[in-house]
Design a protein around this ligand. Sequence first.
Ligand code: NAD
Ligand code: ZN
Length: 343
Amino acid sequence: MKAAYYQGQRQFRVGEGQAVAPGPGEVRLEVAFCGVCGTDVHIYHGVMDRRVAIPQVIGHEAAGRIAELGPGVTGFQLGDRVAVRPLKPGEPAPVDNGYTHIGKNLKFIGIDTPGAMQASWTVPAYTLHRLPDSLPLDHAALIEPLAVACHDVRLARVQAGENAVVIGGGPIGLLIALVARELGAKVLVSEVNAKRLELAAGFGLATVNPSTENLVEAVARFSQDAMADVVFEVSGTAAGVEAMTQLPRIRGRIVMVAIHSQRQPVDLFQFFWRELQLIGVRVYEAEDFDEAIRLAASGRLPLERIITRIAPLDDVQQVFQEIDENPAGMKYLLQCGKEPLSR
Ligand SMILES: NC(=O)c1ccc[n+]([C@@H]2O[C@H](COP(=O)([O-])OP(=O)(O)OC[C@H]3O[C@@H](n4cnc5c(N)ncnc54)[C@H](O)[C@@H]3O)[C@@H](O)[C@H]2O)c1
Ligand SMILES: [Zn+2]
């Protein structure tokens, strides 16, 4: 069976992998499609080499079919179509406060343990979410990032009729915008890349380019001077952090989705002056996967158009190079098995 190994130094090698027989409580999947996440690109750039056990199969945005059940697995059958919630919570710790999805002993499957960029992948059965027949497996490879968006919108407490501003229209920001709109929010996407702006506008979302327009004025116009009930910072930039405190109305919420590995100056005065709230969000919980599957299966989201390209696993090296060269691209999927494309 085929597997793509990250080798370090921006290199992948596609070779023969070993299918792992599922142990107690585990299942072996035939992976159909695996999406490439921003985190996978970070791994490719070498910035996570201390965390990844090189050579390692990476990838965590996967959908496939159950090929083998380990001892003691109930509730699933061979052939079931599933998406994987790639979190191994480990032993609960007191500091977790019950939230093991980001707990102290969490292992992220596909980063800390082998991932899905291979034809066969063995994972704990508790990570699986069954997929409705109506949801094609290439679309289902987007369930993981869509679950991120569902988590973020849920923790943001978005209500129908609210004004939401999304700073950063990459895959995650765009999915947040679409999920918030499904809940009845009025959504404005702020993005600097012209092609990504065009894509968002094509989905009927309001857009603004903060490098050519005054963002504060644009939000005022969009909201008829009410300003934003909720602002999602999804750009990961200093400019995004600078903007995020300028846009909310009194008692507005700011949701920190982006991973800022550098410390950024934040205008804390605004939290006092306008009684703002800051909400941190990280990955997802099981209910966010359920909601993501429900939304994806509803057919109401333009998932097809968020997929830039589906390439065979053999082309993994070329795909990562293309992602680096094409900042307007959105989701790239690797076809890991024999499952045909839905289009
Ligand atoms: N909280 C979580 O659990 C979680 C999960 C997944 C991803 N993330 C993070 O979310 C962020 C977004 O992920 P992504 O895959 O969409 O990344 P991305 O880099 O594709 O998207 C960021 C977008 O912000 C745009 N941008 C840059 N400067 C801007 C500015 N000044 N104003 C407005 N837009 C600007 C970029 O053009 C880009 O389109 C990343 O930081 C990622 O690490 C967090
Ligand atoms: Zn991801």
